[in-house]
Design a protein around this ligand. Sequence first.
Ligand code: ZN
Length: 775
Amino acid sequence: MRSLLLLSLVFLGFSAEMKAQIDEQRHANRFEQLGTMLRSPNVYRNAAGAPGHLYWQQQADYEIDVVLDDEKQAIEGSGKIRYVNNSPDALDYLWVQLDQNQRAADSETPKMATNSISSQMSLRQLQGILWHDEDLGFKIHSVRKLDGSDIQVAVNRTMMRIDLDQPLLPGKEFEFTISWSFNIHDRMSFIGGRPGYEYFEKDGNYLYTVAEWFPRMAVYSDFEGWQNHQFVGTGEFALVFGDYKVNITVPSDHMVGATGVLQNPEAVLSSTEMQRWNQAKSTYDKPVIIRTQAEAERLEKGRAKDTKTWVFHAENVRDFAWTSSRKFIWDAMAVKLGGKDVMAMSYYAKEANPLWEQYSTRAVAHTLLSYSNYTFDYPYPVAISVEATNGMEYPMICFNYGRPDEDGTYSDAIKYGMISVIIHEVGHNFFPMIVNSDERQWTWMDEGLNTFLQFLAEQEWDRDYPSRRGPAHKIVPYMKMDKNLLEPIMTNSENIYSLGGNAYAKAATALNILRETVMGRELFDYAFKQYSQRWMFKHPTPEDFFRTMEDASAVDLDWFWRGWFFGTETVDISIEDVKWYTIDSRRPSEVKSLEREAYEREESHITKDRNRADVPQTVVERDPGARDFYNSYDRFRVGPSDERQYQEFLSSLSAKERDLLNSGMNFYEVHLKNKGGLVMPVILQFNYADGTSEVEYLPAQIWRLDEYEITKVFGKQKEVVEIILDPFRETADVDEENNYWPRKFMPSRFELFKSATSPRGTSRGPNPMRDAQKK
Ligand SMILES: [Zn+2]
């Protein structure tokens, strides 16, 4: 049968190649274990997805003095880096990241970009093509040993190699000093990027968000060696854990927020601010404003000539970022988490009010509580949200957007956009700041997991929260995109066409489907928490995630990773046909009457029917019995032998078998096709004639022996009038029209227009008015 079907497909116009593809896709791949597609487990990361018994990771500690020049918008820095080699390998050289060089005049980023000219171009687009000749990028002034002698280095764009005199042996550490400077760029310009400054024309002030601002140690790991892929803009960062002591010198009227804990509040805050800060530390129900809008507006008008140095310490972080401006309003509140207090705080200019004083710090607190519930208690002492017209994350501090209109009013879109970005960026503390994945290689490992938890946190903030990503049906437009524009989620960050669709939305949706549909909440939540806690303050790989989710749940998910993370197929399951059967009771009266019905149906034709109703008068006069002429013999009469055979059959059955025979059950043979290719559980809702309904859930493994086409029989006492596939829209099925039996008409809308010519100005082609009338 199957070969016949395929043959007919060929005649319908399928090429031989397509036929081969269907055969190949049909069986024996989608449910195989991932095997060689994953790295082998080893002593550093084991087959259960946990850190292995010889797991190691490097450490880098920093002591930095940095000065912000508010006149020239420049950074001057110097510091000491202590690098600890916990690996079993002797290292001949170390790699240091120089991210500022990515936006230098000679950057390769604009050279790698393709461009084209269209009839309408924005200035920004044109500037992006021309790039710039500004003096941007790191100037490295010195790299020295502690004795003051120079160290040989080699700079390859955004990576600097430190050549060691002696190999750095396992268990040993290397300390060196480095000094540098760079000009901060205008991040509101076409150069964009994550850090930079924003200039406020009306009051002449700057708001600095300072990141990628010091030479940062690259990651050396058991799975990658040195992660020294160049920073070209999209693929984010791979960083080492360590402790930081940072002294930040800024104009004395600036407010500074940073990764870590402020060590000298008395030296940099006014006594009133100190008092409010102490009050905030024991206020759990609402933010306390420490520097008010009125105070910030007064400061905006002055220009302090002297400076203050803010001292911050941070432990076990993979990066350090800070912000500075005299425009800042500052508020804070305490959040109880795991037996300790965390300070949730916000820094924002007056342009962000009244929205920010209402929601920002509350959203920070909500995020910490919600995410901690699914992972681990937030371990850092502070969590900060800064309004900076973008969205970017760092340990303990993040930069977000969401400004009202100038009159202080705002739409729901602005409000929810702001809360969403704050949840998202604060959420990044968990992934990748603490569960420290390699962002340069995999965007999904932090963005996908974080966007998934963002969705959960949003739904906890407000039951009707307009979440953009998470629910299965919202990924459909992405999944339906041109196949040439889709890549697997398991694709390097720089090579992804639609980063938002692929690494954020599809990955988050896949996790939500795992939780709601494939694993169930209990098994998923336990396994996800297990992954988070196993890899807290460590460097996980995709294998560690895939393995842990299975290992902690006893759910085989290789088929799911294969389809959702390693493939680009879509979900489109179709109810092709349903056949309805009842049991032949073999009771002679019933058998004969059914045979009679069948015979009459078979033998009926229009002439016979009309003759019966309308026998010509002449015939009736000649032969009054004409109507019954052919029916004098009844071939469907039940005879004694029929009855005897039936009784013999009945007596051969057990009581249970007799019950089944007489149960009156209906059987529905449902014929399903997997048109999209991505195998998924089959969820069917049966609507019964009596108005009730029932849902049956079949695991994805129903497709194991034929990944393309299956039939499944359902025995139902009640009569079914409708079957709906995926009734709760939980599988991201891209074509819902074929999810109904019988087929349902789904209205599409078309536009009516009045003029005789079409809107494009041609009178040729179909005329919708005329076509509509014809119908
Ligand atoms: Zn993100």
